[in-house]
Design a protein around this ligand. Structure first.
Ligand code: ZN
Length: 274
């Protein structure tokens, strides 16, 4: 019987127990310790008031925690944004993933590689291409082929005596023909001091203004867009020789800023078509 009785007391809901004064009975001692403060009368033993107090205390602590949580969240968002902006300002060095040796030129580009020599094809590996640089040959009405032969002829100079150093990865001719002189995995001698991370395109022109023929222009856009695709670059990475070292080359694009902007737009459009 005694066991049955104490079990009954235990079964009385905590609120009821407190109201019935069962607090002092033996059964009360088996109640979990944690429950105690909840039923301790705050004022005049009114347990109803006491529960309201507990709820409002809970609310008060939530009211305190919520702003802190918001601050922590804002801090984290701020950190993320800060890192993002930092990357933008100082540049995030992504690992370079282009395999320059694996790039195969399409059949609309004629391969006429220069002999390896210290004056025009020094056989120095290019580790990374950051820009495509556009030039004009500066020698009106010469063909892509004659410019290629000129670069190759530099190999005949005597290294002991020194001599002229010049070359280009690609030459675009007056008829729109394209000749490749150096693989994109090797450096050319055209954009000092940026030879180590740039690919060069020389373009032929009929006269002193340096304006390209329509055929040359179209081939230049096509070639540049193809290079952008292969080298994982975009039209903003296409620059003029002028942008590298202030030289007035390619003359027409330096004299006519709008024509240069239009060229970049045309490259962008060609890139979208690919
Ligand atoms: Zn140039």
């Amino acid at each position: 019987m005694q066991d049955e009785y104490s079990n009954d007391i235990n079964r009385i809901p905590p609120d009821a127990a407190s109201e019935t004064g069962a607090k002092t009975t033996a059964g009360n001692s088996s109640r979990p310790q944690t429950e105690r403060p909840r039923f301790k009368p705050e004022t005049g033993g009114d347990s109803g008031l006491s529960r309201t107090g507990a709820r409002s205390r809970k609310r008060t602590s939530m009211d305190k925690i919520l702003p802190v949580l918001c601050l922590v969240l804002l801090f984290l968002i701020g950190m993320g944004a800060g890192v993002g902006i930092g990357y933008r300002i100082w540049g995030y060095e992504k690992p370079y993933t282009v395999d320059l040796k694996a790039i195969k030129s399409p059949d609309w580009i004629e391969q006429k590689l220069l002999r390896k020599n210290i004056f025009s094809r020094p056989d120095v590996s290019m580790r990374e291409v950051k820009n495509i640089v556009v030039h004009y040959v500066g020698n009106p009405n010469t063909s892509a082929d004659s410019n290629q032969r000129y670069f190759d002829s530099l190999a005949d100079q005597d290294p002991e005596q020194g001599g002229a150093s010049s070359s280009s990865h690609f030459i675009v001719g007056l008829e729109g023909e394209i000749i490749q002189c150096i693989p994109v995995s090797e450096i050319s001698y055209a954009n000092a001091p940026r030879n180590f991370d740039t690919v060069t395109i020389e373009v032929c022109h009929p006269d002193e203004t340096g304006k390209f023929t329509d055929a040359s222009y179209d081939s230049l856009v096509k070639l540049t867009a193809w290079l952008c695709e292969e080298l994982k670059l975009d039209e903003k990475d296409v620059i003029r020789h002028y942008d590298v070292n202030g030289k007035g080359c390619p003359k027409y694009f330096v004299d006519n800023e709008d024509a240069w902007k239009q060229f970049r737009k045309d490259v962008k459009a060609a890139l979208k078509e690919q």
